[in-house]
Ligand binder design. Structure first.
Ligand SMILES: Cc1cc2nc3c(=O)[nH]c(=O)nc-3n(C[C@H](O)[C@H](O)[C@H](O)COP(=O)(O)OP(=O)(O)OC[C@H]3O[C@@H](n4cnc5c(N)ncnc54)[C@H](O)[C@@H]3O)c2cc1C
Length: 492
């Protein structure tokens, strides 16, 4: 029994190994010239940059995956503590976010009275919610809307208000200070959205961040995840064909008979797992009327990433490993930014100084900086000919806020705007994290991992269930494998 995986992102690679462990012959095709999808790497001018993800939560999902496949986790991960630092413009005070609640409370002395007790209460509610939804909703296939609604109805009623409140409402109920409310609602951006349009159920992310399992980084850089998986694929004889983009298909008797790549080659298997964006692929390749551009445009998509990879001579002592640089108009900025309704002259952004943790990612005496600025996707800002203006604005702002002249010490600079992200990995309109996670686009309402028409076609990755982010994508590979096995087991 042969499975063809279309795409070698984390979803594709983990699905490949899970299916192989269950006895399938597996082959992978990938549009880009190297594996990993968004979890990729850029080597330039002596620097090695992480292309996108810089840390992950729910590390135990990688252990579950490795156990499932009968292998060791093929990379080493290390817990982050402190998690990150937050800087507000116009203030010298930096907030270091520790997992330890006592140390964290000390950071908010004089800012939020009674912080520790308030945070304890907030996290206790988030923990209850997490425990009530982790297995029931997140780690489960929801094959019918009715079944999904029944499952939702089984979630304890005490959580119902979280469906109607926004994350920001929830912050307002628990905390008083601007700084605390802003900092602990930043997790909404990990979903590619803002706390003003994200339901309060996602406070579970604060629990995963501060209490449950925390955040993890990878020894040697995030791409070691992909390199480790590639070693396993290689060891198990799974071949990846690079520079191979699927652009068409042939159907026969309600099944996919083969897929066709840009060079006209045909790829044949018994079943197919699409790791390309599950909504976009249905529209672009399968030409499904429900997923044509006008329909996709009306769906909610996550932020457009504007990313920079900078090599800087010297050391910047005022930067930590993970840093947020925010302004003082959070509500106005974040509620307008994604619709391109506010100028990008005072951008909010995140900086990962990987050389602080992984010195081999930069030549000696240099810093390796990855910068992510959330911007409108191509629906709202199709023209990025001004990308260098934004890049210069961020470099000038970061120089001023760190007290280090970055422009004068720049030895390497690469910018990827949403046009670049869209083209490189087929991300719809440059949406960095895929489909958004509002309640109408999760669980039973998210594009399914089983195709609606062809019973040998499946999906894995950020825009199918359960959602975006590295651990969710690893769970996605488990959910799709379950669907495939239901139809093909026993295959040995
Ligand atoms: C800037 C940025 C920062 C992020 N930071 C984090 C973070 O810190 N932590 C975290 O957990 N998550 C983070 N994420 C999210 C995370 O990267 C994604 O959720 C995850 O990597 C998605 O994996 P995937 O397998 O679903 O898709 P992808 O990684 O997109 O893989 C899909 C693959 O399919 C290929 N493909 C597409 N179309 C075709 C085709 N037609 N034919 C052949 N191949 C095709 C693509 O080239 C790609 O390699 C970040 C994302 C971005 C953009």
């Amino acid at each position: 029994m042969k499975a063809l995986i279309i795409g070698s992102g984390l979803g594709g690679l983990t699905a490949a190994l899970r299916l192989k462990a269950k006895g399938f012959d597996v082959e992978v095709v990938e549009k880009y010239h190297q594996a990993g999808g968004r979890l990729n790497q850029l080597k330039k001018d002596g620097f090695t940059f992480d292309l996108a993800p810089t840390f992950f939560s729910m590390s135990y999902e990688f252990k579950e995956f490795a156990d499932y496949c009968g292998i060791d986790v093929p990379f080493k991960f290390i817990e982050l503590d402190p998690l990150y630092t937050v800087n507000f413009s116009g203030s010298d005070r930096r907030f270091v976010i520790y997992k330890d609640l006592k140390k964290l409370a000390a950071e908010f002395n004089g800012v939020e009275s009674g912080f520790e007790a308030k945070m304890e209460k907030f996290l206790a509610g988030a923990a209850r919610l997490f425990n009530d939804v982790e297995y029931r909703i997140i780690k489960k296939n929801h094959d019918t809307i009715l079944g999904y609604l029944k499952t939702l109805a089984s979630v304890p009623i005490r959580h119902t208000p979280m469906l109607v409140r926004t994350m920001w409402d929830e912050m307002n109920r628990h905390f008083d200070s601007y700084e605390v409310k802003v900092i602990f609602s930043l997790v909404a951006f990990f979903l590619g959205a803002t706390p003003f349009d994200t339901p309060a159920v996602y406070k579970v992310l604060s629990y995963t961040e501060l209490r449950h399992d925390g955040y993890f980084v990878v020894e040697g850089g995030m791409y070691k995840i992909v390199e480790g998986l590639l070693n396993e694929l290689d060891r198990q004889g799974i071949k990846i064909h690079y520079n191979t983009e699927i652009i068409n298909f042939v159907e026969k008797n309600g099944k996919i008979s083969n897929f066709i790549d840009r060079a006209g080659n045909r790829w044949k298997a018994d079943c197919y797992v699409v790791n390309a964006d599950a909504a976009f692929f249905r529209g672009q390749i399968l030409k499904r009327p429900e997923f044509v551009d006008e329909k996709l445009d009306r769906m909610s998509w996550t932020l457009g990433p504007f990313t920079m990879y900078l090599g800087v001579k010297g050391h910047i002592p005022t930067l930590d490993h993970h840093n947020y640089f925010l302004g003082t108009n959070f509500k106005e900025y974040s509620s307008k930014i994604f619709k391109n309704e506010i100028a990008l002259d005072k951008p909010y952004y995140y900086v990962q100084a990987n050389s602080k943790f992984c010195p081999e990612s930069a030549p000696e005496g240099h810093e390796n900086l990855f910068i992510l600025c959330p911007v409108p996707d191509l629906r709202f800002k199709p023209d990025w000919s001004d990308a260098n203006t934004l890049a210069d604005t961020i470099i000038a702002d970061l120089s001023q806020r760190t007290g280090y002249d970055i422009a004068a010490n720049l030895v390497s600079k690469t910018v990827i705007d949403p046009v670049g992200w869209a083209k490189t990995f087929n991300l719809y309109k440059g949406s960095g994290l895929g489909l958004a996670h509002n309640l109408g686009q999760v669980g039973g309402f998210r594009p399914k991992n089983v195709d609606e028409l062809y019973d040998n076609l499946f999906y894995v990755g950020a825009s199918t269930v359960p959602g975006t982010g590295l651990p969710m994508v690893v769970i996605s590979s488990k959910l799709v494998t379950e669907q495939i096995l239901k139809r093909y087991e026993p295959i040995r």
